[in-house]
Design a protein around this ligand. Structure first.
Ligand code: URA
Length: 284
């Protein structure tokens, strides 16, 4: 949601809801930062004080007209079509990028994913473009959204420590995410959002051409490996990712650092995964 729309809605909603209800509504919608103390319109033609109050719903029971309304189905079809064409557009754009910096520029200019509207920055992959090890997370969080660099918040700090413990410096690796834009409020990305952004990740893999891929977390593993297995089943064993030109890259999935911050009892398994990854790297 753009900032002017937030202010616009706040004026309308404040006519019928109390402050607590309004804030709860925003949190549910994924808004977790304010941009000022008073509403303001970024667009000159929007004048908050002149907006009519939102009509209060008379009854929550669906009317016959609502029941037979085809609008939601049409909207869903349109959304699905838009997603398919955005995926195709992303794939075509990606194939034109011959370097990581060209791809970064393409992703920054891409408008086919609505997550970009609510994000502050595009968080593209970062690090050594010739790395042997490529790490993939799910999506930027608030810190990454502010800085434009993946894994710089608490999860990133833990990841950096884990890599250091097996003798790997962060800047030796290339670190990226399934999504280059933060989902509002860190919500789980939709299948459509993942599908639209996946070509960007796959092209990063092609261009970096790593020897090993380490995936952090179940959602990232499911997205790249195109399966629905829980991370508890996927982690700890060598899997494979096949690039568009048929190269097979060994993949190791492990727990996401954010999960480890909440479940320190799982750190031993994550540590075993780090050692497994390091051993393979040494044998290449
Ligand atoms: N979590 C992720 O999956 N990626 C980041 O960049 C930061 C947190």
């Amino acid at each position: 949601m753009t900032k002017n729309k937030i202010c616009f809605n706040l004026v309308r909603m404040s006519e019928s809801l109390n402050v607590r209800e309004i804030l709860e509504w925003y949190l549910t919608a994924g808004v977790d930062e304010t941009c000022g103390d008073v509403p303001f319109a970024l667009q000159k033609d929007i004048q908050p004080q002149k907006i009519a109050p939102m009509p209060v719903a008379q009854s929550s029971a669906p009317t016959i007209e609502q029941k037979t309304n085809d609008a939601p189905r049409l909207a869903t079809t349109e959304l699905a079509q838009a997603t398919v064409s955005a995926c195709q557009n992303a794939r075509e754009l990606c194939s034109k990028a011959e370097t990581i910096s060209a791809l970064k520029e393409l992703v920054e200019g891409f408008d086919g994913c609505a997550l970009k509207l609510t994000a502050n920055k595009t968080v593209f992959g970062y690090g050594n473009e010739h790395a042997k090890l490529l790490l993939i997370g799910e999506a930027p969080g608030a810190d990454e959204d502010r800085s434009g660099i993946p894994f710089v918040g608490r999860s990133g700090q833990l990841l950096e420590k884990m890599l250091a413990a097996v003798g790997i410096k962060r800047d030796e690796c290339f670190i990226t995410n399934i999504l280059p834009w933060r989902p509002p409020g860190n919500r789980t990305p939709t299948e459509g959002e993942v599908a639209v952004c996946l070509p960007f990740l796959k092209r990063q893999i092609d261009l970096v051409n790593p020897e090993i891929i380490m995936i952090l977390g179940g959602s990232a593993a499911n997205a790249l490996l195109d399966n629905a297995e829980p991370i508890s089943k996927l982690r700890g064993k060598w899997l494979e990712y096949k690039t568009s030109d048929g190269k097979k890259i060994p993949v190791l999935a492990s727990f996401h650092p954010a999960y480890l911050l909440r479940n320190s009892g799982q750190k031993a398994k994550a540590w075993a995964d780090m050692l497994r990854m390091k051993q393979k790297l040494c044998n290449i």
